[in-house]
Design a protein around this ligand. Structure first.
Ligand code: NDP
Ligand code: 2IT
Length: 448
């Protein structure tokens, strides 16, 4: 009879064999299943029913050609993906990413993470992710529209308010959601608001969805600090990225009295020691779609460093809100040496395994993305709820619901980490909370 740990190692070896070259997917699987030894020992039925093996194999993977014509009349071909990982807790749910780095391994890592994140929210949503290697940067609105229409022309048959409900992610914001929803409506002849979330509040979107991931990541760090008798007010913070998640993380940090001194994009880093001017960042990024370097044209006392490492900048609280593996072991060491006491992952898997080890060894408060950035998808579930009842809640009520959800997630992860002998380890807490919820539903449903 092999030990539980040997069986987990064998499952991991099989995942790498079956999904060759998909490094981000391997990383995401390893991070979750490494935590599950104590759970399998406590609940042997999970092992007997091969729950982990089943979760690691997506229920369905769709890969398709996305042909479209650019403004010069040239035909362009991209690749589209939707990986429908798990539907035991509800319709598949998870965003679309449009970025040139997208390939199957990225979509599978995101879809796999999404299963557990969505379960951690406690809401009735399964896990999925989709996207394309299409690069919206530098494309006209008309080109983005034609791409979105072609993408949806294939994908619509796999979606539906009770089947699969996408939303945004990197490169997919309100503009793309509008084009995608419009095309779905046109093909199906159904005004099915609940088929996609992150819609504009002008036509069925929920208030606070735009803000939810960033706000939620800040509420999570607020809770982690409160558990240590500390608070966010007066703290110096660094937030990487300058997209949807970063902007609204900065907004909430500032509202709670913190000073945010740096943000970034894929070209470089802005450091503004007296505190970032968020109105300018919104104007540059949300309205004009420009680069963060342009911030320094307005604020001459801010420094822009092309290809700089944002984690070199001293802070007490760090929120990685750009992309996967953006915070490595050396950066984590630098943060700890500079006095960082808390990290909340607004992005998905932004910290490398080596970076996470550094934070754990230093015993700083570390909020993993599965818990810390779950406010986005949780508010998507609130949008689905409002669409289903043809209702629209106020901003204040929606934000209060988000705050309650983040508080509950924090408490569940905290208590579960303690129950399994790892007090203060939110990664273990989140992985176990999410896994148990999915596993129990799978047991109830039989072998499917
Ligand atoms: P956006 O497209 O709005 O912004 C992404 C930001 O990250 C931009 O500043 C972008 O810079 C930067 N970035 C993206 N890719 C890279 C890269 N390869 N290297 C360096 N910088 C990069 O996306 P979001 O803000 O929506 O997403 C940010 C992160 O948050 C992602 O990890 C996403 O999966 C995660 N997330 C998003 C949620 C949501 O509701 N939107 C919910 C939960 C998690 P540039 O403009 O130069 O590309
Ligand atoms: O990673 C994520 O949780 C998202 N991009 C949001 C997913 C959603 O369905 O709102």
């Amino acid at each position: 009879m092999s030990t539980v740990n040997e069986r987990i190692e064998r499952i991991y070896a099989e995942v790498t064999r079956r999904n060759q070259g998909e490094l981000e997917f391997h990383q995401a699987v390893k991070e979750v299943i490494e935590c599950l030894g104590p759970v399998l020992r406590k609940h042997p039925q999970y092992d007997e029913h091969k729950i982990i093996e089943r979760i690691c194999e997506p229920e369905r993977q769709i890969i398709f050609r996305v042909p479209w014509v650019d403004d010069r009349g040239e035909v362009q071909i991209n690749r589209g993906f939707r990986v429908q990982f798990s539907s035991v807790l509800g319709p598949y749910k998870g965003g679309f990413r449009f970025h040139p780095s997208v390939y199957l391994g990225i979509i599978k890592f995101l879809g796999f993470e999404q299963i557990f994140k969505n379960a951690v929210t406690g809401m009735p949503i399964g896990g999925a992710k989709g996207g394309s290697d299409f690069d919206p940067k530098g494309r006209s609105d008309a080109e983005v529209m034609r791409f979105c229409q072609s993408f949806m022309l294939e994908l619509y048959r796999h979606l539906g308010e009770f089947t699969d409900v996408p939303a945004g992610d990197i490169g997919v914001g309100a503009r793309e959601i509008g084009f995608l929803f419009g095309q779905y409506k046109r093909i199906t002849n159904r005004y099915e608001s609940g088929v996609i979330t992150g819609k504009s509040p002008k036509w069925g979107g929920a208030l606070v969805r735009k803000e939810a991931t960033g706000y939620g990541a800040v509420f999570f760090v607020e809770q982690m600090l409160a558990a240590r008798g500390d608070a966010i007010e007066g703290k110096t913070c660094v937030v990487s990225g300058s997209g949807n998640v970063a902007i609204y993380a900065i907004e909430k940090l500032q509202a709670l009295g913190a000073k945010v001194v740096a943000c970034s994009d894929s070209d470089g880093v802005i450091h503004h020691a007296k505190g970032l001017d968020l109105d300018l960042i919104k104007q540059l990024k949300e309205v004009e779609r420009r680069r963060i370097r342009d911030y320094a044209h307005t604020h001459r006392d801010a420094q822009y460093v092309e290809r700089g490492n944002i984690w070199d900048i001293a802070c007490q609280v760090a929120l990685p809100c750009a992309t996967q593996n953006e915070l490595d072991e050396a950066s984590a060491r630098k943060l700890v040496a500079n006095g960082c006491i808390a990290v909340s992952e607004g992005a998905n898997m932004p910290t490398t395994p080596g970076g996470i080890r550094v934070f754990e060894d230093a015993r700083i408060a570390f909020g993993p993305g599965k818990a810390a950035n779950a406010g986005g998808v949780a508010t998507s579930a609130l949008e689905m709820q409002q669409n289903a009842s043809r209702d629209a809640w106020t901003f204040e009520y929606s934000e209060q619901r988000l705050h309650e959800i983040m508080t509950n997630i924090h408490r569940n992860c905290y208590e579960t980490a303690e129950e399994f002998g790892s007090p203060g380890n939110y990664s273990i807490g989140a992985n176990i909370v999410g896994f148990r919820r999915v596993a129990d539903a799978m047991l109830a449903f039989g072998v499917i």
